[in-house]
Ligand binder design. Structure first.
Ligand SMILES: [Zn+2]
Length: 206
């Protein structure tokens, strides 16, 4: 029996990494052999905003995902407010901790006091895109049909998911929502009493 559905493949980080490198290289008109996971998109490869849109489109159509439309600092500003994230144009200690915990691929030594949002953006490597794609693919693979709990697979006829049992269609999970939820969870762990070694004394629990 031939299936009308594309099965969600086992997620192979090495294969994803290679595809991401090819998408980035194509968008930036570069030789894929010269694009590495540690290459910094803005800092080394000269990416500009339009290139990033091109890259986002390539990631969405290749992996059948919806990437977030804002970056980590954009989401942090939306949720926590500019004053908590970058007062006076310098990233706060809270913002630096959000970055360290949310982007483990970054060299922690580069996430130092006094960093500006512009300098931070220049440190972001290709590997950050791989992390985003892996997170979204894992989330998609875990999603089940809300009607019958059947397995969802990529629909071949439209950019959406379809239940392999009852046929119900579902949009791809929202990358913006997934990464916002992750950021809020990281933020509340940082704010939890005693979470920061140099923080204030634990507050009363009640
Ligand atoms: Zn179903």
């Amino acid at each position: 029996m031939t299936s009308q559905w594309t099965h969600v493949p086992n997620i192979d980080r090495t294969a994803v990494s290679q595809q991401v490198i090819e998408i980035v290289a194509r968008a930036l008109d570069q030789d894929p052999a010269k694009v590495h996971l540690h290459s910094r998109l803005w800092g080394d490869l000269g990416a500009e905003s339009l290139d990033m849109l091109d890259i986002a489109f390539g990631l969405e159509s290749t992996f059948k995902i919806r990437v977030p439309h804002s970056d980590l600092l954009g989401r942090a500003r939306d949720h926590f407010g500019e004053e908590r994230i970058a007062p006076n144009g310098i990233l706060s200690e809270f913002a630096l901790e959000l970055i360290r915990r949310s982007m483990p691929e970054l060299d922690p030594a580069q996430i130092r006091s006094g960093l500006t949002p512009y300098e931070f953006r220049r440190t972001i490597p290709v590997e950050s895109l791989v992390r985003v794609v892996m997170r979204l693919l894992e989330q998609k693979a875990q999603q089940t049909c809300p009607a019958c709990s059947g397995r969802l697979a990529d629909s071949e006829s439209a950019p959406e998911l379809q239940c392999t049992q009852c046929g119900l269609t579902q949009p791809y999970p929202s990358g913006e929502q997934i990464f916002m939820d992750d950021l809020v969870a990281v933020g509340s762990r940082i704010e939890a009493p005693g979470a920061l070694s140099n923080g204030t004394a634990p507050r009363e629990a009640k």
